[in-house]
Design a protein around this ligand. Structure first.
Ligand code: BGC
Length: 584
């Protein structure tokens, strides 16, 4: 049981049994580990996987938390670090059986520049990515999206892939310069408009709902030539573009996403310059670009809200991307503060103005202090006027979230034990997903959360047996299930990135995120399912992970009829151990 720990007194607790040192009677309460340990003793080891899992499932159930009232937001967010980050490794890795709500949306996503190709077809204008990728040295191997997956010409095939996946939703984006070649409504390219009608009609005919992103990074070059996201003229152009799309497609599309990942647009496009348009100025211009992105989003939302919502009855929001920041030591205040700062500067940069109102205080304070210390007369972070704050606040119908990875906060690093992927920035860390969802619930007023991207890559030689992707989806989606069932996060849908291998921006075709493999050296760009296709399809069909102990489920395949990952892991460990013993 917990006892006196030398110089640490009673603050370090080693016991299987909790002892209340404030109680004169020193009341003892067994911890969950006590039950677990007695089970190990009873079984003289780990028993059969199925049995072990059942016991785990019985121990794990915790009550759904009640919904927060708005006045508590954002003060409760730190609860995530206080509780979930201090979970034992055992608790963290527990498998969770259960299914998502009946109306859960299952999808898969892509974006125009990454798959369409046909960069000059039928009157399309140039985008900043066309120019950037044609500039030698900007994209790995000088790859470009001229042909990409040739989806412009392979509509039927792609619809077939979606049907095979059994998804109910497809997240796609519209190429702005394909429909408005110079970025303005003065020139409408009807051939481009027709193409998207064909895509949307084909989806609807297949009973797949389109989720349409207005802007997934391919700004018309003509607008970039006038300053791009650094100029506030883009706010008006974006409003007109949005208005145009709602007027043409709004009777068919019920899910709109204004802008994909403002963080990447601003920081990589206008700060580091590693993405189009390649503007290198990490000091302040990314804050200017971000400022205009936020205003443009708000204008598009208002156009829909004021002019189209009543008749078209759709939903519209923005998609923000965020890593999760895990304190390196969850008991150390300094590390928790670092994690909070990371979240404020990443997710909070855009989520605060839209979901709470204005930039968050820590961001405003820190950037201002540093700007003044650098001899500037004002902060590098632009200010919203009070009227702008009000216009932007509340411009959301759901919280669109893209999530891939986590970092350990102290100095920002990732945990070396996390599995690698084909992208150096992406370590497989399912544990962060649940926490991020809970954090969004607590910090931003319990919004409905639509996961608009989540996925993993590989590089190197082609291997269609992509076990790492199945592992990734199984474990990330299982963490999402915990967030939904145990923490009460209102997750309404999930969208896998990506339907097929495509142009991974500055990494070219070298990093592959697809469920389907695309052979980019073959002129036909044939698509072949990887083994993760039936795997993801099973999760979709089952709407989660029904407990095998509840009897056979029509939706399952052999993958789910055996044990989950914990017991597999234990099995592997114990096999290794016994092998070692034999070797000894
Ligand atoms: C983007 C996608 C990209 C994916 C993987 C997201 O940031 O929205 O376009 O391919 O991550 O890097």
């Amino acid at each position: 049981m917990d006892g006196f720990e030398g110089p640490q007194g009673y603050s370090e607790r080693f016991g299987l049994t909790h002892v209340n040192f404030e109680d004169a009677n020193r009341q003892r309460t067994p911890k969950q580990s006590a039950y677990f340990f007695s089970g190990v003793i009873e079984n003289n080891g780990f028993g059969t996987p199925a049995r072990h899992l059942k016991e785990v499932a019985e121990i794990t159930v915790t009550p759904r938390t009640s919904k927060l009232v708005a006045s508590q937001v954002p003060s409760e967010a730190k609860v995530v670090w206080d509780t979930l980050s201090r979970q034992s490794r055992f608790q963290r890795h527990k498998y969770h059986y259960g299914t998502f709500p009946q109306d859960f949306l299952w999808g898969v996503s892509s974006s125009a520049y990454q798959i369409e190709g046909a960069w000059r077809a039928d009157g399309k204008g140039m985008s900043i990515w066309d120019k950037f990728s044609h500039t030698p040295g900007k994209v790995l191997h000088n790859d470009n999206g001229d042909i990409a997956c040739d989806s412009y010409n392979k509509l039927e095939i792609d619809i077939g892939l979606l049907k095979q996946l059994k998804v109910t939703h497809y997240r796609m984006s519209i190429s702005w310069p394909r429909v408005l070649p110079d970025g303005t409504t003065n020139n409408i390219n009807e051939a481009g408009v027709d193409y998207y009608h064909r895509v949307i009609d084909a989806l609807l005919a297949a009973n797949i709902q389109p989720q349409v992103t207005l802007y997934h990074w391919d700004l018309p070059q003509a607008l970039e030539d006038q300053g791009g996201w650094l100029s506030d003229m883009v706010v008006d152009r974006f409003r007109e573009y949005a208005d145009f799309l709602f007027s043409r497609f709004g009777h068919k599309v019920k899910f709109w996403i204004t802008i994909n990942e403002p963080y990447i647009i601003a920081l990589l496009g206008y700060g580091y310059g590693s993405f189009a348009p390649g503007n290198h100025d990490p000091g302040s211009l990314h804050y200017v670009a971000g400022h205009n992105v936020i205003k443009a989003h708000a204008e598009a939302w208002h156009v829909y809200n004021d002019k189209y919502r009543a008749e078209q009855k759709g939903r519209i929001s923005i998609t923000l991307n965020s890593d999760w920041a895990e304190p390196r030591n969850p008991y150390k205040q300094e590390d928790i503060d670092a994690a909070k700062r990371y979240m404020d500067f990443f997710l909070g940069w855009f989520a605060n103005p839209i979901f709470v109102g204005d930039y968050n205080e820590p961001m405003k304070r820190i950037i201002r202090e540093r700007s003044l210390a650098n001899g500037l007369d004002k902060s590098r972070l632009p200010e919203f006027t009070p009227a702008e704050i009000e216009r932007i606040r509340g411009t959301h119908d759901f919280f669109g979230l893209n999530h891939y990875t986590s970092v350990l906060a102290f100095m920002v690093i990732s945990d070396r034990t996390w599995l690698e992927s084909g992208s150096n920035w992406l370590k497989i860390a399912p544990l962060g997903f649940r926490k991020l969802l809970k954090y969004i619930k607590d910090e931003y007023g319990d919004p409905p959360i639509l996961v608009t991207e989540n996925g993993v890559s590989e590089n190197g030689p082609v291997d269609l047996n992509d076990e790492h992707r199945s592992y990734f989806y199984e474990n990330y989606i299982n963490e999402m299930l915990k967030a939904n069932m145990t923490d009460g996060a209102n997750v309404i849908g999930y969208t896998a990135w990506s339907l097929m291998d495509n142009l991974e921006w500055a990494s070219g075709y070298g990093e592959r995120f697809g469920l389907f493999y695309v052979n980019h050296t073959n002129a036909d760009r044939p698509r072949t399912p990887k083994t993760s296709v039936p795997f993801y399809t099973t999760i979709v069909r089952c709407n989660g992970f029904p407990n095998p102990a509840d009897g056979p489920h029509d939706c399952t395949n052999p993958l789910f009829s055996t044990s989950g990952p914990i017991s597999d892991a234990l099995l592997i460990v114990s096999k290794k151990r016994s092998k070692k013993r034999r070797d000894d």
